[in-house]
Write a protein that binds this ligand. Structure first.
Ligand SMILES: [Zn+2]
Length: 262
């Protein structure tokens, strides 16, 4: 899996992640509206049929974004005691004494930290886009690179961190530049796999702006790999999603890839 994602393989990575993205599928979002309130892991694994991923572009997508928030501040307060209890159990299970002085507040700290690391569940993309989409006759590539990203691996619950580079070719609509970083923030502050994070960012921009094309490259370090010695310390995983002209036109894609490396 890591080999597949490394530099040099990005073309195949891009094409493999493109089919569903082009159809407007946001992983997991199909399921979220049905959910009823308690904290829950990111839905995954359910691949919609080809019928269910065909949907009208903007309005219905906005509809799904409106339903996207899966956790509220009240949810955080309500679930905090049970998360604290769970961390106490973990400490005991690890052979520690949760009653010793240094650990007395650890379950509380760990629980609130974990809620912070996953605060993307409390936010909706549509809130970010409100009042931030502008009609503009700009038709040059827009690039924001080196956006800091901190996420949590959904398989091991340890950090993934790195940089996100975003480019798009506008088609009469542009997004406030700081909003690109906010989209990254919302999707990364959830339990993630890097491939899905990359695709979700690209699809959100596509559906918000209907641009001529979008490119997203994520370079990240996975602590679950680095700390367990599976990978060398400095190796990074690179994933990319290319949509529209970024996918179809090698010149546009090359311009993007050159600019994010300069
Ligand atoms: Zn992991």
């Amino acid at each position: 899996m890591m080999e597949r994602s490394k530099l040099g393989q990005r073309e195949s990575e891009a094409s493999s992640s493109n089919e569903t993205a082009l159809n407007g599928l946001l992983d997991g979002m199909e399921k979220i509206p049905k959910w009823n309130g308690a904290p829950k892991e990111m839905p995954k694994g359910e691949k919609p049929t080809s019928k269910s991923i065909t949907r009208a572009p903007c309005p219905s997508v906005m509809e799904s974004w409106r339903e996207e928030r899966t956790r509220s501040v009240e949810d955080n307060e309500m679930s905090l005691p049970s998360i604290i209890a769970a961390y106490t159990t973990i400490l005991r299970g690890l052979g520690e004494d949760p009653e010793r002085q240094g650990l007395l507040k650890t379950p509380y700290r760990a629980a609130t930290a974990m809620q912070f690391f996953t605060k993307g569940y409390q936010e909706k993309i549509v809130d970010v886009l409100n009042d931030a989409i502008f009609d503009e006759d700009h038709d040059e590539m827009v690039i924001v690179k080196d956006i800091d990203m901190f996420s949590m691996c959904e398989h091991h619950l340890v950090p993934i961190f790195g940089k996100v580079h975003i480019g798009y070719l506008p088609n009469k609509r542009v997004l406030g530049l700081s909003k690109l970083a906010r989209i990254v923030e919302i999707y990364s502050r959830r339990l993630q796999v890097q491939e899905r994070l990359t695709k979700q960012i690209a699809v959100a921009i596509t559906e918000a702006l209907q641009p001529a094309g979008v490119g997203v490259v994520v370079e990240a370090t996975h602590m679950c790999m680095v700390m367990r010695g599976v990978q060398k310390m400095n190796s990074k995983t690179v994933t990319s999603t290319m949509l529209g002209v970024f996918r179809e036109d090698p010149k546009t894609r090359d311009e993007f890839l050159t600019l994010i490396r300069s």
